[in-house]
Design a protein around this ligand. Structure first.
Ligand code: SF4
Length: 293
């Protein structure tokens, strides 16, 4: 199998098979990111992909029913290429019903709604879109490469095409004293959309990123643990679109999860208790001990 940056996947995708169709990241420039620095962006030759699919088909671990594509944003590949990949998957791995992966919001840009509908028929579903925030100031500050209106435009195309998708919220992205705007504007964007799940993780600073340099130069101050819980509470409180909320990443000290709107008050109650614990100084050193993502 060809993997240029190891295997990266969310916790819920542990049972999948993994296949690389792109290496690296088509953007590669977000201020906080440490991922995919070991491989320049490129789309894999289709012959290499076919070799890997055959290898998966001959492995002892087949059958599985979902493939989680590797690379930061394999959904950037053009429609025709994604069709070919799906055809090969269905030819050699007939049990596979679903194909997903990480994605950038602007990966949708090179496809029409009609093409997206066709990709749904091919099994493409539930990509994890790393939109991170709906706040234009933060999108620019973190060099995400798109604006909030783009998030709404491209994710609405998925809604129109009937393609299920997951959206990411990156807590703490605004740093000290900026959580409420980040929470409110992110919820405002998501409320116009229909993600199957909103998946939250928390900003954790690692060396050798532009954002860590900003911290050293006094241009960015990390949010406190208390601020992060207050921000998450505001975010959940502002979300009105029916979806599932999950914050159970290695960057989050206590998991928070539930269905919206049914479990909103329970999650808010838990966050109120966590805010009190954070105020009392508990969890203070949690983030220092997050060794990697
Ligand atoms: S799009 Fe994702 S992988 Fe690429 S630089 Fe930004 S955060 Fe990193």
């Amino acid at each position: 199998m060809h993997f240029s940056s190891g295997i990266n996947r969310p916790p819920y995708e542990a049972q999948d098979a993994f296949l690389q169709i792109t290496s690296g990241c088509s953007h590669g420039d977000c201020a906080f990111c440490t991922f995919y620095k070991d491989a320049p962006f490129r789309i894999s030759p289709i012959e290499t992909v076919e070799e890997d699919i055959k290898e998966l088909a001959s492995g002892w671990y087949y059958p599985f029913n979902r493939i989680y594509l590797q690379g930061a944003d394999p959904f950037i590949a053009p429609y025709d290429y994604l069709k070919k990949v799906a055809d090969l998957i269905h030819k050699y791995l007939p049990n596979v019903k679903s194909i997903g992966g990480y994605a950038r919001v602007d990966n949708v840009r090179n496809k029409t709604v009609e093409q997206l509908r066709d990709l749904v028929k091919e099994g493409y579903s539930n990509f994890y879109f790393g939109n991170e925030t709906g706040d234009d100031y933060l999108l620019e500050r973190m060099n995400k490469g798109y604006r909030a209106e783009d998030v709404v435009r491209y994710m609405s195309m998925l809604d129109e095409a009937g393609m299920e998708y997951i959206m990411n919220f990156l807590g703490g992205l605004g740093g000290h004293n900026y959580g409420l705007s980040h929470a409110q504007k992110s919820a405002e964007v998501i409320n116009q959309l229909h993600p199957t799940m909103v998946y939250a993780s928390e900003l954790t600073l690692f060396p050798d990123t532009p954002l860590s340099k900003d911290v050293k130069e006094g241009l960015f101050t990390d949010a406190t643990e208390e601020e992060r819980f207050v921000e998450m509470k505001e975010f959940i409180n502002c979300l009105t679109t029916p979806t599932v909320f999950k914050a159970e990443h290695v960057t989050i000290p206590v998991p928070v999860r539930g269905r919206l709107p049914e479990d909103k008050q329970d999650m808010i109650g838990l966050l109120d208790r966590l805010i009190e614990r954070a105020k009392a100084g508990e969890l203070k050193h949690f983030r220092d001990n997050v060794a990697g993502l």
